[in-house]
Design a protein around this ligand. Structure first.
Ligand SMILES: C[S@@+](CC[C@H](N)C(=O)[O-])C[C@H]1O[C@@H](n2cnc3c(N)ncnc32)[C@H](O)[C@@H]1O
Length: 394
């Protein structure tokens, strides 16, 4: 099976599919096909090592085991039984089956889940006289099944814990964003590490840390374990060689400074602990200070800002956000000429409150919440005129 090409599906936050496709391209995976909420691709076993280790935006990497049409629960049982489960993992492993569905006519997804688990265990009993036991909390092997109106697809989750868990975070502020969403914003902003980077409302530090990892070419998965390590086809030597190659290309320091600040002392403490845990603080890549953005001056004449200010739905009242956004807009106009600014928000009123015209608005989902990443090019003089012409041209 090792030398056979497999099919994979990598889900990601909605809005980041093309970024994920670009990452796969960069890894030499040419077959990537974008669907809503993820990218499917084919590749050899090594492909799953590379994507799990290197993707900054994928949620996980699922290995497709089989696909069948169904009408009843019994059809789903037969399709699951037909798969060669013992070839993939040992019966001593614990498992969890998770079923999701769209337009599925069957009455109970819980019952479908049970039937898939039964089929898998029956197959193990027939082949090895032993069967895996179920652990819904911390399973060794996670099995996903997806049902649409007529067909069921079975997947093995090769990641385990979702990939946004990089293995650094141990404390968090009230509304952190996930690491893969943060990395996605940085990648969407078009920032390159030869430019200064600022997150002036850094909260627990997720965005600047992802920027620093990008700048230093640090693979996001180097500090964690993966579910594929428990699968039969796992080859530790090959995996270790891939990890070693990723470590060898790291830079000792970010080419340009990355600045993180927030007005909240407690958030800054948490951000500092995160940067320490990620071993990024000594490298002076991330300069952390406590500062109100409404009084903050740019640290360089030009650069890129990515910020995630509070907004109504998750934090505080939206009237408060309107006042904050107006303040942010004024500060940007007065002090930040030369900067390319990206603001991520779920507040649909941002456009009115901030008083600047965006040159881009990118729909991006924070879980189920529809948000936008707004880009503003701050220039000296009439901001509105500039943004209007940017809109007309692009
Ligand atoms: C949604 S949180 C940012 C979360 C962050 N992206 C993370 O993942 O941890 C918004 C942050 O903006 C900060 N903030 C709000 N108003 C601010 C201001 N005027 N100046 C600086 N920071 C501000 C808050 O203290 C809070 O930490």
């Amino acid at each position: 099976m090792d030398n056979i090409k497999q099919r994979f599906f990598a889900p990601c936050p909605r809005g980041l599919e093309t970024i994920l496709q670009r990452e796969l391209d960069a890894l030499g995976i040419a077959s990537a096909e974008v669907t809503q909420g993820g990218v499917s691709f084919t590749g050899h076993w090594n492909a799953l090592y590379h994507v799990n280790l290197e993707s900054r935006v994928a949620n996980r990497v699922l290995l497709e085991l089989g696909h069948a049409r169904y009408r009843t629960e019994a059809d789903v049982y037969r399709a699951a039984y037909a798969l060669d489960w013992p070839a993939w993992f040992d019966p001593g492993r614990t498992i969890r089956v998770k079923v999701s569905a769209r337009h599925c006519p069957l009455a109970s997804l819980n019952f479908v889940t049970l039937r898939i688990k039964d089929a898998l265990c029956d197959k193990f009993m027939a082949a090895c006289r032993r069967r895996p036991s179920v652990d819904t909390q911390q399973p060794d092997v996670r099995i996903d099944a997806f049902l649409d109106a007529e067909s069921v697809t079975f997947y093995l989750d090769t990641s385990g814990e979702p990939l946004f868990k990089r293995g650094y975070r141990f404390a968090q502020i009230e509304a952190p964003i996930r690491e893969n969403l943060a990395a996605g914003m940085v990648l969407l902003s078009g920032w390159t590490p030869d430019q200064p980077f600022v997150d002036p409302m850094c909260g627990g530090g997720t965005i600047p840390l992802e920027a620093a990892l990008i700048a230093r070419r640090i693979a996001p998965g180097l500090r964690r374990v993966f579910a594929f390590e428990r699968l039969r086809l796992h080859t530790p030597d090959r995996w270790n060689a891939i990890r070693a190659a990723a470590e060898a290309r790291q830079l000792a320091a970010s080419p340009q400074p990355i600045y993180a600040s927030d007005r909240d002392e407690q958030a800054i403490q948490i951000a500092k602990r995160l940067f320490h845990a990620a071993r990024m603080i000594q490298d002076i890549d991330v300069k952390v200070k406590q500062e109100d953005f409404l009084k903050l001056d740019p640290p360089a004449p030009r650069g890129v800002m990515v910020a995630n200010p509070p907004y109504g739905v998750r934090l505080g009242h939206s009237e408060q956000s309107a006042i904050l956004y107006a303040g942010i807009g004024n500060r940007l106009k007065q002090q930040w000429a030369g900067w390319q600014v990206h603001i991520f928000t779920g507040d649909p009123k941002l456009k009115e409150s901030i008083g600047l015209l965006p040159s881009r608005r990118i729909p991006l989902y924070n879980g189920p919440l529809e948000c936008r990443l707004y880009e503003f090019k701050i220039v000296e003089g009439s901001m509105r005129k500039h943004a209007r012409s940017a809109n007309l041209h692009g």
